[in-house]
Write a new protein. Structure first.
Length: 627
């Protein structure tokens, strides 16, 4: 029965860690017309020193960099009293075969968005030990309000009692969980505090709660679902990343469609046979060494010695086995008799002997794809990055999933936020599986193996919607890209939201079909679409401002005479009201828009009638118009 230790932590998050939009070929600063990359401090909550990192698109509120909320997996405690719980991270990639997902460990991003994938089988009871370590500060260095820092976990798709719902303010006290030694923490909960039994919908900072979720052996719980914060400020917290995915496997009853990547001998771990390099934090590419054999020694210059590292610090394999018919990608070579060094220059490695002469060249090659593959994708919005897949924005940062021509691929797609999306894979089709039967009892007890949709290549889904489907890559599959023969499927295929605005503003990923062993060279990059090829006077522009998190973003709109400001509501109960009453949208809700053209130069101040006031009080903004 799955038992997970999950902790919510606050730290900066980069939505574009590879600084590229492959669709336009631009770096992020150019793509978005600023701001410049920022050096931010990435703290550790586990006693580590933390470090400074360069982020190309950190989360922002207006112009201020803010922390994300990271749900992070930890190893189970080993001490009898459990005092070492939540001390040893157990970070794993959301998709180990994602070419772009960064290292999620303490030496990398220290967690993922979405958070830990909760995996179970039909019939399992899931136990989640949750701890809140949200220590966010305001801009003046004071602790953020407790309302913002109370958190919970609320699941979809599984079965639970009200005490494990995690839905503020309805979850009752859990009589099995006394506040105990955490009494002083629970007494601080806003709204009167908690004095006797813990409540799973309002876990305060540094406190804990245990959630119990069931499947009861019902095959209708199989699939991919969402879990997320549902506490006091859940909308704010979700927009900062407090989201995860639940995968309930039905493998015994559904062998043609189900993919379970867990280790049968230890379901708490993933099966190394289906991971890149056998690791849940591995990479689909690896450096492979070839003998130099140039007929003459090639020496390094003195200044290049500074760039030498120990060869064990770079994941690599030896290519000699590939020439003898071994699996593509080669096998790990034996350690050299003398300590070897490596000189790295971009995507080329040079192995250096003890005399500083080059003995081998190394190049990136693709590992052999797995026989089965679970791919999870969350389509959502983050603060300042409104079109994300798995916490990332723009092709080159979003998932590029590496798969093989005969891989059994299972896709779990989840939506969250305030927008509707469509999911589309170029060249592929699928059907949505569902249960058999016409009575509740028959439906409840039947495996979800029957197609309940037409053939799909684009499917609409909305906030908290999720669906799952499988494409069998075996030769002859009529749902496979390229045709019935597997070689035609090779190559990179777009995988994205087909809402055009979402697609072109970053909600674009890809599926890369390979045999394994190929050189991992630079993937295709596009160029930006020119605004106009027709000479003539500049046309009026439209400047967009969003209403979200009780703020106008950006606060100041700098435009020219004749331009239009387009306000977009991302939450309810706001207005756009001029200080001088020259324009007024009235109070509108999520999804509404309002346009105002400015024909004279000057500064025009405005505010929200519900949450602000004239002269810059509360929720306010301004439009600066120049000739």
């Amino acid at each position: 029965m799955p038992k997970l230790w999950i902790q919510i932590e606050n730290r900066p998050w980069d939505a574009c860690p590879h600084n590229i939009d492959r669709m336009t070929g631009q770096d992020i600063m150019t793509r978005e017309s600023g701001p410049a990359p920022a050096v931010v401090f990435l703290p550790s909550v586990n006693g580590g020193p933390g470090r400074n990192v360069t982020m190309f698109k950190p989360l922002r509120s207006g112009s201020r960099i803010i922390d994300a909320l990271i749900l992070r997996r930890y190893k189970p405690p080993t001490k009898p009293d459990g005092s070492d719980a939540w001390t040893v991270p157990d970070d794993r990639k959301v998709n180990p075969w994602d070419l772009n997902e960064p290292n999620p460990t303490e030496n990398g991003t220290m967690g993922t968005i979405p958070g830990p994938t909760i995996e179970a089988s039909v019939g399992d009871t899931i136990t989640i030990y949750f701890r809140n370590k949200d220590h966010r500060l305001t801009s003046d260095g004071k602790p953020m309000s407790l309302e913002h820092r109370c958190h919970s976990l609320h699941p979809h798709g599984v079965v639970f009692e009200p005490t494990s719902d995690g839905a503020y303010p309805l979850s009752p006290p859990d009589p099995s969980q006394a506040v105990g030694t955490e009494a002083s923490l629970w007494a601080t909960v806003p709204g009167g505090g908690v004095t006797k039994f813990k409540k799973g919908d309002r876990v305060p900072p540094d406190a804990t709660f245990t959630y119990t979720w069931q499947t009861f052996g019902w095959p209708t719980t199989a699939g991919v679902w969402l879990y997320h914060d549902h506490s006091i400020c859940d909308d704010d917290n979700i927009s900062l990343g407090a989201i995860g995915i639940i995968a309930i496997h039905n493998d015994r009853a559904d062998p043609e469609q189900e993919v379970d990547p867990r280790n049968p001998a230890d379901p708490s771990q993933l099966d190394p046979a289906f991971l890149p390099g056998g690791s849940p934090t591995g990479s689909p590419v690896v450096f492979t060494f070839f003998p130099a054999a140039l007929g003459q020694a090639i020496q390094l210059l003195p200044h290049q010695l500074e760039d030498l590292v120990d060869h064990t610090s770079v994941s690599h394999e030896h290519a000699a086995a590939a020439a003898t018919g071994a699996p593509a990608g080669g096998t790990k070579h034996a350690e050299p008799a003398q300590p070897a060094l490596i000189f790295r220059q971009d995507d080329i490695l040079l192995q250096v002997d003890e005399k500083f002469g080059i003995s081998h060249f190394g190049f990136l090659r693709y590992r052999t794809p797995p026989k089965k593959l679970l791919t999870l994708q969350l389509f959502h919005a983050l603060s300042g990055a409104p079109t994300c897949i798995n916490g990332r924005q723009y092709l080159g940062n979003t998932p590029t999933i590496v798969s093989g021509p005969s891989t059994l691929m299972r896709f779990g797609v989840v939506g969250m936020g305030s927008d509707f999306h469509t999911f589309h894979i170029h060249g592929h089709r699928w059907t949505i599986p569902g249960p058999d039967g016409t009575t509740p009892a028959a439906i409840q007890s039947s495996a979800q193996v029957r197609a309940v949709s037409q053939f799909e290549d684009t499917r609409t889904f909305g906030p908290a919607n999720s669906f799952v489907f499988t494409i069998n890559g075996a030769s002859g599959s009529f749902m496979r890209a390229g045709g019935p023969g597997s070689p035609q499927a090779l190559g990179e295929w777009h995988m994205h939201c087909h809402v055009l605005m979402h697609m072109m503003t970053g909600m674009m990923g890809s599926l890369l079909i390979i045999n394994g062993g190929e050189f991992a060279t630079k993937l295709p990059h596009g160029v930006p679409c020119p605004s106009s090829d027709t000479p003539g006077p500049a046309l009026p522009n439209t400047f967009q401002v969003t209403l979200q998190n009780f703020a106008f973003n950006p606060t100041v709109a700098n435009i020219k005479v004749g331009d239009t400001v387009h306000w977009v509501w991302k939450e309810d109960n706001h207005s756009v009201t001029a200080d001088d009453n020259s324009f007024d949208s009235g109070v509108q809700n999520n999804g509404a828009t309002f346009d105002q053209m400015f024909m004279t130069a000057g500064t025009f101040k405005y505010y929200c009638k519900i949450h602000g006031g004239p002269n810059g009080a509360g929720m306010s903004g301004q439009v600066v118009v120049v000739p």
